[in-house]
Structures are given as structure tokens and as C-alpha cells.
Design a protein around this ligand. Structure first.
Ligand code: ADP
Ligand code: ADP
Length: 229
């Protein structure tokens, strides 16, 4: 549930320089759409607009038919789950970090989410990297492990809409595959917009949009785009 629709969206951080030049697409409920394209094309800008970090200069963005400019930023963000590339964790247990965003969750639900994200082994420990944190429960998490904490949080929150912004990942292949399988699990049958930087991750997308200099220049399934290239 939770369809996303961009209708002829125009936007520039600076009014004199348009970054998105009339972008239209739809992510139907439960489907998965990926945006690919060169660096600077405007991919991350699309996700920032979806989160209402900025308002569009033209056109509109709707979620479930509702113009997002007409609702509060908080309610827009509450409907969307994000698994960002670089997760900032609170200086509290991994379990606390997973529960953040759904404080009503039961212990069982937290453990289940941690299991799915493959971090169940250390949820009572503290994430490392904090100046104040020198206790023996401290744990130095790798980038991949932090990302799995974010995935567990998203599994628990089960938002109607998921945005995956892959940015540049420095994960080793094994970790990447593990994270990918956890992400596949979260995004299954969930309306998902992936800002893709790695082609390996978008094979299962229902539609791929190719964005260049703020315009969608091609769209189709993975197979259709391969046939054209
Ligand atoms: P992509 O995600 O495809 O690499 P972005 O959406 O991050 O592209 O950026 C698109 C363009 O917008 C780039 O030219 C970038 O320099 C510019 N841009 C991004 N963020 C800002 C900002 N906060 N202020 C001004 N320009 C920005
Ligand atoms: P919450 O749990 O606060 O309702 P989320 O868990 O969905 O919200 O997102 C956590 C926070 O991440 C958001 O409130 C927002 O400040 C931040 N965020 C949202 N989108 C992005 C983005 N594209 N890049 C970086 N941070 C983001």
C-alpha cells in the first residue's frame, strides 16, 4: 500500500538553476521502482523532495493520492521508512536503537527484527564509537553492522513506503550480499523507491528509471533496458 506519484516535478535549490526538469513517475502500491543515473543527475534530490526537506517549484508529489505539500512534514516522514547509507546510532543498546521509531514494540518483536537482520547476537550491547563509551559492553560496529541495525529498525517499523538510498557503499561482497538479502526481505511487497548506485541491486525492481541531468531519459524493466543498450 501507499503509492508514490511524481507529476511533472520541477525543482532547483537555486531558482536560477533547475535540477529536476519535469520529472514524472509512479510507484504503484507494493511495487518497486529504482532510479539510476550518473552522479549529479538529481537522484538524491528526488528522495529529499519526497521527505519534504524542500518543496517543489512546479508540479506535485502525491502519496496515496494526497499532495504532500498539504500535509505536515512529520506525517509524510511517518509513512516512509528509510534505510540510509550511513546510520547514526544512539549511545544506547542495539535493542534501543532498533526500537527507536516504534517504542511500543514488544521484546519478541525486537528480537525477531534483529534475527531477520542477522544482528540478534548482540542486541544488548552498546554500539561503539562514542567518546563516553568505554564499558566492556561496548562493541565496535562495522559499517555493514550499523546498516543492519537500520534494517532491523525498518523491519520493526514496517512503514507503508520504503526509500532505499544506496549512496556509495564500501562494503565487502559478502556483507553486501547479506545486506541485500535483508533489504529484499524488508522491501518485499512494499512500495519501494530505490536510489540506486549499484546495478546489482535493481534486478528485482519492477521498473527502472534512468535519470540524466534532471530528466528521465529512459524507463523499463531490467530486461528491456538491457535489450536497448
Ligand atoms: P545524484 O543523487 O544523482 O548524484 P543530487 O540530487 O545529489 O544528484 O544532486 C543534483 C544536483 O544538485 C547536483 O548538481 C548537486 O550539486 C546539486 N545539489 C545537491 N544538493 C544541493 C544543495 N543542498 N544545494 C545546492 N545544490 C545542490
Ligand atoms: P521517524 O522514525 O523519525 O518517523 P524515519 O525513521 O523514517 O523517521 O527517518 C528518520 C529520520 O531520517 C527522518 O526523520 C529524517 O530526519 C531523516 N531522513 C529522512 N530522509 C532522509 C534522507 N533522504 N537522507 C538522510 N536522512 C533522512
Amino acid at each position: 500500500d501507499g503509492a508514490i506519484r511524481f507529476e511533472n516535478v520541477r525543482f532547483g535549490y537555486d531558482p536560477a538553476r533547475e535540477i529536476l526538469k519535469g520529472v514524472s513517475f509512479e510507484v504503484p502500491p507494493g511495487k518497486s521502482v529504482a532510479i539510476v543515473g550518473p552522479s549529479g543527475a538529481g537522484k538524491s534530490t528526488i528522495s529529499r523532495l519526497l521527505f519534504r526537506f524542500y518543496d517543489v517549484n512546479g508540479g506535485k508529489i502525491t502519496i496515496d493520492g494526497q499532495d504532500i505539500s498539504a500535509v505536515t512534514q512529520e506525517s509524510v516522514r511517518a509513512a516512509i521508512g528509510i534505510v540510509p547509507q550511513d546510520t547514526v546510532l544512539f549511545n544506547d543498546t542495539i535493542a534501543y536503537n532498533i526500537r527507536y521509531g516504534r517504542t511500543d514494540a514488544s521484546e519478541e518483536e525486537v528480537v525477531r527484527a534483529a534475527e531477520l537482520a542477522q544482528i540478534a547476537g548482540f542486541i544488548e550491547q552498546l554500539p561503539g564509537g562514542f567518546a563516553s563509551m568505554v564499558g566492556e559492553r561496548g562493541l565496535k560496529l562495522s559499517g555493514g553492522e550499523k546498516q543492519r541495525v537500520a534494517i532491523a529498525r525498518t523491519i520493526l517499523k514496517a512503514p507503508p513506503i520504503l526509500v532505499l538510498d544506496e549512496a556509495t557503499s564500501a562494503l565487502d561482497t559478502h556483507t553486501e550480499q547479506e545486506i541485500q538479502s535483508a533489504l529484499d526481505l524488508v522491501s518485499k511487497n512494499r512500495t519501494t523507491l530505490t536510489i540506486a548506485h549499484r546495478l546489482s541491486t535493481i534486478i528485482n525492481s519492477d521498473e527502472i528509471l534512468v535519470l540524466k541531468a534532471g530528466e528521465i531519459v529512459e524507463r523499463g524493466s531490467h530486461r528491456e533496458l538491457l535489450a536497448k543498450s
